[in-house]
Ligand binder design. Structure first.
Ligand code: SAH
Length: 344
């Protein structure tokens, strides 16, 4: 019989599990603290549990974490990229970024991805596996232990589509924000989606005060469909409606991500059309000069076009920033490192 992975359980679920195996529910809270605050990886280290309980846990449950493989430090800035391996042998990647306000980790939610965006390296080999909530959280814990730091912000912007792995992504958010665990405030967690509209409504219903980022990357359906297959299923109008619903339900501003690709979506008309689309939405646009992916042949926009695009949005009262690009010398863009590791 497969053992129960308790690292992926929210605190209440873990307390319920302890009850179901004939133990006092408060043991669940204690174990939760060992796993998510002290970040231990073995029952034998849980020293306030009796030997017999530890043995019972060993027989019935497991802590399905990650194995560290390698890290790559950027020479240009303090970005570090990590490769980990899941128990089933999937390779995943995570990135640590240092900002003036603290450390941010970018986590992967899936090994690979099936969304098929044409500019993204994560999707080239398709979806290999969903990650469990514990495997997503372990990316943060392994990095914190290695670097001896506390991470204060989390962005779900690594490999994979978090809303295509909905329940594990939500469990992950609840686990790492629990004050008996890592205690990372939900307000400091960003979930990025390519726009799975039905799931955005589901997420809004949960009323989690996280930041929602939507990868828009185009001002109209025809450009969006040419670079993002998901746009064939959901029109921009539908995505915008879901975004408005999310922001009125949660009171949170939506972030729109827009990768600027030379000659594809970076013209003056594109900027004006985007500004018109975003009118009346509590929004912030992140302009990201596209990271070139060899296989795709896309080039990033010229500095001039980037500046012009940003200025047009500003003139139309659309808040925006050009994202500082970290770690490009270590293939820090989504899926690039994992891909080059697997090829060598
Ligand atoms: N699947 C989710 C989250 C993962 S990707 C999503 O689509 O939002 C995180 C962000 O990086 C997304 O906005 C994605 O479109 C963007 N991205 C992917 N490849 C990129 C590249 N080569 N250059 C710039 N941004 C890229």
């Amino acid at each position: 019989m497969e053992k129960t992975d308790i690292l992926s359980m929210e605190k209440d679920t873990l307390c319920g599990y302890m009850k179901s195996v004939g133990e006092a529910p408060f043991r669940g809270k204690q174990i939760f603290g060992w796993l998510h605050m002290k970040m231990v990886k073995d029952f034998s280290e849980m020293t306030n549990l009796s030997k017999s309980l530890r043995q019972k846990l060993d027989e019935n449950a497991c802590i399905k974490g990650l194995k560290y493989i390698k890290k790559y430090k950027s020479s240009a800035d303090e970005t570090i990229k990590y490769l980990f391996e899941t128990e089933k042998g999937y390779i995943i990647e995570s990135v640590l970024m240092k900002y003036s306000y603290g450390y941010t980790v970018c986590v992967s939610t899936q090994a690979g991805c099936r969304m098929g965006c044409s500019f993204c390296a994560s999707t080239i080999g398709g979806l290999e596996s969903n990650l469990t909530a514990g495997e997503i959280a372990s990316q943060i814990y392994e990095i914190e232990k290695q670097e001896n730091i506390r991470v204060s912000r989390v962005v779900m912007m690594g490999c994979g589509e978090p809303l295509d792995n909905f329940s594990n992504s939500v469990a992950f958010i609840n686990i790492i924000s629990d004050s008996d665990g890592a205690g990372i405030s939900k307000r400091k967690i960003t979930l990025s989606t390519c726009g799975l509209t039905d799931k955005i409504y589901e997420l809004a219903e949960l009323d989690l005060p996280i930041t929602l980022a939507i990868s828009l990357h185009a001002p109209n359906d025809s450009i969006r469909r040419s670079i993002m297959p998901v746009a064939k299923k959901y029109s921009i109008d539908e995505v915008m409606k879901a975004a408005k619903d999310y922001s009125s339900e949660t009171g949170r501003r939506i972030t729109f991500e827009y990768a600027l690709i030379d000659g594809v979506n970076d013209s003056v008309e594109n900027a004006e059309e985007l500004a018109a689309r975003l009118r009346g939405i509590l929004a912030h646009v992140n302009l990201i000069p596209v990271n070139p992916v060899e296989e795709r042949g896309y080039k990033k926009s010229s500095e001039n076009n980037i500046r012009l695009f940003s200025n047009i949005l500003t003139a139309r009262s659309v808040e925006n920033t050009v994202r500082r690009r970290l770690g490009t010398d270590i293939d820090a863009a989504c899926g690039q490192l994992r891909k080059s590791f697997k090829e060598h």
